[in-house]
Design a protein around this ligand. Structure first.
Ligand code: A3P
Length: 351
């Protein structure tokens, strides 16, 4: 990458405390989950390999045709990715079906989960399985451990980028150059979904209870937390012409209206027939069975636990089945405290 005009990365990295490390280690089977540091004034939690790439991400060359789909994880990113990709590619369903989202989008920070030592965790998860194509698995690991900034350098336009990196860690002029779609979700449903996701990945193998997970999450001991800081950064930019802010709850409740907003944002138009087909394509039922978006192709490598799935339940308000009275009160207070200094409100909460 061209180094001449590089801006120095303006933020510091800080180790997490021993107590924080132990709290994480206690509930994960694999050590990889506690190999984290905090970055910047907000203290976002990232995996250690991020440190080596932070400056390249901050300085990544952008093209006006780039599109970023960003979010705090488990907020409806995948569905938004598919929607954005199809709109920009004039509803080319056959190319979408033939190429998984992982091939159509660069996942900006996936490399940070695949530091050299961490790869053993993934390989160990697969080593005892019969019929795993280890050569193919090594190829996948190699690709995922390569920083996306390198892969994107030679990629043809338009380039599609998925990321959970918060806006302040991305190039400072990003909104002057590219279109960014940000999707947010009721944090209580995000916690539940992250809990299942942490159980899904055999490399990290979360083994604690939901209550323990909730404690980690709302104490900002999960990747890219603190959660509210992440969302508020994007919310503060919601009037920028190059940023579109969506809520998962709106996608769930009134998909056609959200599709129109995204289409307007991208300068695309849909007739009624196209709208109906797109809504059907994005429906939870179809998504769950769509191999190009549901990540089920990774199951054969032993990377996913048998009793979990990436496209899981797709419900707004699922948290009610997980939170006891104590957690509900903690969440109420947590949300209230964090919304006090902002006009951000989630469609699903009256707090
Ligand atoms: P749940 O775990 O609550 O089911 P992300 O794509 O950001 O990782 O978000 C994943 C969440 O979106 C999961 O939530 C997943 O089931 C849900 N999801 C994925 N596709 C969906 C769809 N087409 N409609 C509704 N929800 C969907």
């Amino acid at each position: 990458m061209e180094k001449r005009n590089f801006l120095p990365f303006p933020y510091e990295f800080k180790e997490i405390s021993d107590d924080e490390k132990s709290a994480i280690k206690r509930v994960y089977k694999a050590p990889i989950a506690s190999e984290c540091v905090r970055v910047g004034p907000k203290g976002y939690l990232v995996y250690k390999p991020y440190q080596n790439e932070a400056e390249n991400i901050y300085n990544m060359p952008l093209r006006p045709s780039d599109v970023f789909v960003t979010s705090y994880q488990r907020s409806g990113t995948t569905m938004t990715q598919e929607l954005v990709w199809l709109l920009i590619n004039d509803l080319d369903y056959s190319t979408a079906a033939a190429n998984p989202l992982t091939a159509r989008y660069a996942f900006l920070e996936i490399f940070m989960y695949f530091g050299a030592a961490d790869q053993d965790s993934y390989l160990n998860a697969s080593i005892n399985m019969t019929n795993v194509d280890m050569k193919k698995l090594f190829e996948i690991m190699k690709l995922w451990s390569t920083p996306a900034t390198q892969l994107l350098a030679d990629a043809p336009s338009p380039r599609f980028v998925k990321t959970h990196v918060p806006l302040t860690l991305l190039p400072p002029k990003i909104l002057e150059t590219v279109k960014v779609v940000y999707v947010a979700r009721d944090p209580r449903d995000v916690v539940v979904s992250c809990y299942h996701h942490a159980r899904l990945l055999t490399a990290t193998a979360y083994s604690g209870t939901f209550k323990e997970f909730w404690s980690l999450f709302h104490n900002s001991l999960f990747t890219m937390t603190p959660y509210f800081e992440h969302v508020k950064e994007a919310w503060d930019k919601r009037h920028d012409p190059n940023l579109l802010f969506l809520f998962y709850e709106e996608l769930s409740k009134d998909l056609p209206t959200v599709i129109r907003r995204v289409a307007d944002f991208l300068g695309k138009q849909l007739n009624d027939g196209q709208m109906a087909k797109l809504c059907d394509h994005l429906s939870f039922k179809n998504f769950k069975n769509n191999i190009s978006v549901n990540y089920e192709d990774l199951r054969e490598f032993g990377l996913m636990a048998d009793d979990e799935s990436f496209v899981r339940k797709g419900k707004a308000g699922d948290w009610r089945d997980y939170f006891d009275e104590e957690m509900t009160q903690q969440a109420d207070q947590w949300i209230k405290d964090n919304l006090r200094d902002t006009d951000l409100r989630f469609p699903s909460t009256d707090l």
